[in-house]
Design a protein around this ligand. Structure first.
Ligand code: URA
Ligand code: CA
Length: 443
């Protein structure tokens, strides 16, 4: 096989075979295909797309590029959850303990933040002592005994995705449905769980801004997972505004703790209840989604969820006292109120730019090598449809005291909000639920 011929074939819109896709992935991972040929190949996929079977084969080839995690020693049904990435998305920190408290087994590999989106590992590492670089043995032991463990990806884990993602990032080939689907699903399949709940984001802060594209991505990922024998459910939910109010790392841990205690933001709480009940249903713990919701609500009320979070922290080396005393989390040097320059109603939010504001303050990274400041971030006070008065506090910026970074972030923040004269409704949150043989679109 010659790479030239495969680029030519895809460029002309032809379908690639399983053998051809395995060849490309294996040879590129070994460093035997130069970046310029792979870049052309990725661009051909971007323009010519892939049929369903090609996306499945590409995903399998990527999942097989490194070691897969064997979870068969853990008794019961193992469930995973994944969000395509958003701003202020603290869901995993809440959902994993809630589902575990209901008897689920959450075995989750998780990533760091990149670009405008935050990462679960970064948030967890803001808890003093918490480590996500645990061994596979420890990971398996924790899921078996506590029902949950969260682990960072190791270098042997889907090496194909690392090298391909780095190339996509610099060749304008990130936002392609088969490329995103294979990138995410190869990691989910290699992580070894039996069922996966996907939260596909759409709107101004998501990779897939348009709902139609998000729907295609959800359908492609569900089909890939089902073809690999996994139980799949995908939700399409809104990223038209940040999730909850906190955007950062330690401040999102605090928001997660509040939500586990039942005093968190409404949108974040509802999302966790919806995703959590479906995780319980797919795991076979409940028979209906309504039964699952009741169970999740119960472990919030009776504090079993927050107790699980404490257990998770302790089992991975962190200080569980942060749960009762959030001041043990890294605190920012300065907290500065940003005030509105006009009065009216919030009509629209450029959520992508709000994510960048948090990054500018130091909560995120521009390149994989950047270090982050766990203490900084933004507490927004206003969401879409809220009234704001001139001079009223719009947000509280948690900063490291650097004036230049603050000024840049503040300017971007104020421009990201559209304040108008008429009150608009809150954006719809749940768009659709996609399963093996059904797409339910919500009104
Ligand atoms: N997240 C991933 O892991 N891969 C993508 O391609 C996009 C989002
Ligand atoms: Ca949040």
């Amino acid at each position: 096989m010659r790479m030239y011929d495969l680029i030519y074939k895809k460029r002309n819109g032809k379908r690639l075979s399983k053998e051809e896709l395995y060849f490309v992935i294996q040879e590129f991972t070994k460093g035997k295909i130069p970046d310029y040929q792979m870049a052309a190949f990725l661009m051909a996929i971007y323009f010519r797309n892939m049929v369903s079977q090609e996306a499945v084969d590409l995903t399998m080839a990527m999942a097989d590029s490194g070691q897969r995690v064997d979870l068969s020693k853990i008794p019961g049904f193992k469930i995973d959850k994944h969000s395509t990435g958003g701003v202020g998305d603290t869901t995993t920190l809440i959902l994993a303990p809630l589902v575990a408290a209901c008897g689920g087994r959450v075995a989750k590999m998780t990533g760091r933040g990149l670009g405008h989106t935050g990462g679960t590992i970064d948030k967890l590492e803001s808890i003093p002592g918490f480590s996500t670089s645990i061994t596979k043995e420890k990971f398996i032991e924790n899921v078996s005994t506590n029902g949950l463990a969260l682990m960072g990806q190791t270098s042997e884990f889907v090496p194909a995705d690392k090298v391909i993602y780095a190339l996509r990032d610099v060749t304008a080939t990130v936002d392609s449905v088969p490329l995103i689907a294979s990138s995410i699903m190869s990691k989910k399949l290699a992580a070894g769980s039996d069922g996966i709940i996907l939260d596909v984001k759409t709107g101004s802060g998501a990779f897939m801004e348009k709902y139609g594209d998000a729907l295609k991505l959800a359908r492609t990922m569900v089909d890939i997972g089902e073809a690999a024998g996994k139980r799949m459910v995908a939700f399409i939910t809104s990223m038209e505004e940040p999730l909850g109010y906190a955007i950062g790392n330690s401040i999102e841990v605090k928001e997660a703790v509040d939500t586990l205690k039942g005093t968190g933001p409404k949108d974040l709480t509802n999302l966790c209840i919806e995703l959590g009940s479906n995780m319980l249903m797919v795991s076979g713990i409940v028979k209906t989604v309504d039964e699952g919701k009741k169970k999740i609500e119960k472990v919030i009320k009776n504090k079993k969820g927050i107790e699980k979070f404490r257990t998770l922290i302790k089992s991975q080396g962190g200080n569980p006292d942060v749960v009762d005393n959030p001041s043990l989390l890294p605190q920012s040097k300065k907290q500065i109120e940003v005030k509105s320059e006009r009065s009216g109603y919030v009509e629209k939010i450029n959520t992508y730019d709000i994510g960048l504001c948090s990054l500018i303050l130091g909560a995120g990274r521009k390149t994989k090598e950047d270090t982050i400041d766990p203490s900084v971030g933004i507490y927004i006070r206003k969401k879409i449809s809220d009234k704001i008065g001139r001079g009223e506090t719009f947000a509280i910026f948690h900063t490291d005291g650097n004036e230049r970074k603050f000024a840049e972030a503040k300017d971007k923040f104020l421009k990201a909000y559209t304040v108008g004269n008429k009150k608009v409704g809150s954006p719809r949150f749940f768009y659709a639920k996609v399963t093996k043989d059904k797409t339910e679109e919500y009104k």
